[in-house]
Structure formats: C-alpha cells, structure tokens
Design a protein around this ligand. Structure first.
Ligand code: SAM
Length: 269
C-alpha cells in the first residue's frame, strides 16, 4: 500500500487509477500514484500522442480564457477543472483583469483539496466539490452564489470533461441547464476526446478507462457539435485543438488531429 500523502483524504482510493491524477501525470505533475502512472502508460502505449494532447489541451484553455477576456467576460465557471497546474484559469484571468471571478468545480477530492490550498488567499476565486451532471447542486452551491453574478455574462468551461459523462447521464441536458442559468452573452467552451482520427485505437483507449471503472465516451464531430446546439458557434467552429485561434499559424502543424480532441466555443444569444 503506498504511503498516504497529506493531500489525499482517507476516502481517496490509492490503489485504483483516477482520471484527475492520470491527467496530472501526463502534464508532469506530482499528484499521482504508481497505479495512476501504470494506467497512464498503458493508455500511452495505445495512444502515444496522449501526453502532447494533454499539453495542447492546456494551451487551448489559455487561449480560450484570453479570448473570452477580450469579449468582456470577467466571470468563469470551470467545471471538471482538475488538479491545479501551470496556467490555471484564475491566474490567467486575474493577471489580465484583476477583478475577474472564478469558480472551479470538480468531483474529485484531490483536485478540490489542491484547489482550496492555492485559493486560500484569493477572495475572488473558489472551488466546489460537485458533479457536472448535477447542475442544480453546482449552480445553487454557496461558493457559486457568493462569487458569480448571474445577471452578467459568465463563461462556462467544460474542458476535457464531457467525455467522462456517459450518454445515460445525458450530458446535453446538463449543458442546456447551465446555459439556461446564465445571462445572454455568456459563453460555453468545451474540449472533448474523439475517435475520428483513428477510431480503432481511440475506442480501445476509451474501453480501457471503462474497464477501470471510469466512464469514458469518445464522440465524433457531429455528436460534439450537438452539445453546443443551443449556442452560436464562435469561428472557427468545431476543430482539432491546434486549429482553434492559434497564436501563430505554425502552431497548427501538418497534422492537427495529432490531438484527438475537438474544441469549440459557443455564445448564448
Ligand atoms: C482531464 S481532466 C481536465 C482538467 C482541466 N479541465 C483541463 O482541461 O486541464 C478532467 C477532470 O474532470 C473531472 N471530472 C470528471 N467527471 C466529472 C464530473 N462528472 N463532474 C465533475 N468533474 C468531473 C476529473 O476529476 C478531472 O479532474
């Protein structure tokens, strides 16, 4: 049995791989255990580009927050926010616009305890332990109600999280519920794993997650676009991660599908 660090509460299972900690490992973080690293390596044998895809996903998050700031957004609800790492939403937003308010939501206790730690001196950012598929609990939580003003636009971020929500839980209805709650002019930004570049390999990777008790659903471009059907898509629409408003055309490269993730941003009319 691995030694339990202070950031892993007694109910955190150290023997079973966990999606937040596996992602932390891909990003070079230290909040993971041997079981997470072994599982991450198994996925990487099947999908060697997974580490790059995780890093590209973080660069998309940075680009999208900066883009939203240029559109006047000063409030962020980041659902499935993960274990904090370099370039968290509040750091990017509050550096550019110090009054920005950010609420992180994750169902994973390790992600939540680390977020609490880094936010303890920040009165404009907070964290909720909650589930994307329980929008009313998230939206009515004290932290959300204290920090966010629903009369003003809010950016709802669901970055690399919706593929953890199986069809039975109807992710589309959850997305719609969040969008119903926010003011016109609000935004939804998503990134989502897809089998499109190589269906066999990516579908097998999703099966590996499921075999480890972690729901994982890869969805094709049309299914991902449907998640944003109550918004007006921001250009360039639903594209592979490197193709979304790159800092430089060189960043796109010859094979943008090297990141098997689609990303998109939509505006609530
Ligand atoms: C791959 S990480 C993404 C972290 C961050 N959004 C990013 O893109 O860098 C996915 C996160 O979603 C969280 N998650 C998965 N399913 C969730 C759910 N139903 N509700 C809330 N969080 C969830 C996991 O615990 C994990 O921290």
């Amino acid at each position: 049995m691995p030694e339990r660090p202070s950031w892993a509460a007694a109910d955190v299972d150290l023997q079973r791989p966990n999606a937040a900690r596996v992602y932390d490992y891909y990003l070079g973080g230290a909040c993971n255990f041997a079981t997470d690293r072994e599982f991450a390596e198994k996925i990487a044998e099947l999908v060697p580009e997974v580490g790059d895809a995780a890093r590209l996903n973080r660069t998309f998050l940075r680009r999208v927050v900066k883009f939203l700031l240029t559109r006047g957004i000063r409030q962020f609800l980041d659902i499935g926010s993960g274990i904090p790492t370099v370039g968290n939403v509040h750091e990017i937003a509050q550096r550019a616009a110090p009054g920005s308010r950010v609420v992180y939501v994750d169902h994973d206790p390790v992600a939540v305890s680390h977020s609490e730690l880094i936010l303890r001196n920040n009165d404009r950012a907070g964290v909720v332990q909650g589930d994307l598929s329980e929008p009313d609990n998230v939206l009515n939580s004290a932290v959300v109600r204290d920090l966010l003003n629903f009369d003003e636009p809010i950016a709802v971020l669901m970055i690399a999280v919706l593929h953890f929500v199986p069809d039975e839980l109807d992710p589309h209805s959850s997305v719609v519920r969040y969008l119903d709650a926010v003011a016109p002019g609000s935004y939804l930004a998503i990134s989502h794993a897809t089998p499109d570049p190589d269906p066999g390999r990516l579908t097998r990777a999703a099966e590996l997650y499921r075999a480890n008790n972690t729901p994982f659903v890869v969805r094709d471009r049309q299914q991902i676009a449907a998640l944003l059907d109550s918004t007006v898509l921001v250009e360039p629409g639903v594209v592979y991660t490197p193709q979304w408003r790159p800092d430089s055309p060189d960043d796109v490269g010859d094979n943008p599908e090297r990141s098997p993730f689609y990303v998109a941003v939509g505006r609530k009319p």
